[in-house]
Design a protein around this ligand. Sequence first.
Ligand code: ADP
Length: 244
Amino acid sequence: AAFSTSLYQLVRQKKISEIKTDFINNMTHEFKTPIATINLALDAIKNPKIINDEEKVKRYVKMIRDENKRMHGQVENVLRISKLEKNQIEITKEAVEATDIIEEAIDHVSLLVSDKQGTINTHFKAISSEVLGNQFHLTNVVVNILENAIKYSEGTPKIDVYTENTNKYFIFKIKDEGIGMTKNAQKYIFDKFYREHKGNIHNVKGHGLGLAYVKEIIDNHHGTVHVASEKGKGSTFTVKLPLI
Ligand code: ADP
């Protein structure tokens, strides 16, 4: 047993170090574009012809500000998850209607879906959906899962959202008919920095933090989150939250 444990740890350690390398490559790639854009805009502003053209200066300043905001957002994501892990973020809770939260999240991604001519159909069967939760974080959780369903669908995303409840739990499912994932990937997707679809690095942006955040928040709410998926066929994420 001692041997297998250490072997397991070794494999695990190797996996983590691979994941870290991927993350650094990914981050570096995503910072390169904004940094290059900022440099170009700064050079342009220095140009004597441009410095006197107010409109152009404004445009370049806006570009710099936007790119800076993007980088800031990425850094914030990394910080947020590490703070969450260290329990440095206090998550206040109140009675909230989970159904309303799901509706709000769907609203939030509606532009993203229509941009890809996709659809989100709802099948709300839950009679009770009152949970003790944090509105902001729970909305983020649903948005993250929906965004993935859109991101990892080729062509037009077709997404179905189901709700139901038992005596004790409110349950929702988000189903897509996207690219799906292997059994092996399903083991790691809730780990920090894990990304299966590295081949798509240029098309599909992300840092492998979304689902780690989802899991942190759902754990914090004493719920569970699972995935069922088949490569090439699609994925279904199921979240269970205790009812009040
Ligand atoms: P990111 O999307 O930023 O890479 P996530 O933590 O949200 O990070 O997801 C981790 C990985 O899980 C993704 O890189 C992707 O490989 C896989 N994944 C997540 N959601 C889906 C989905 N709906 N369909 C297929 N693969 C998914």
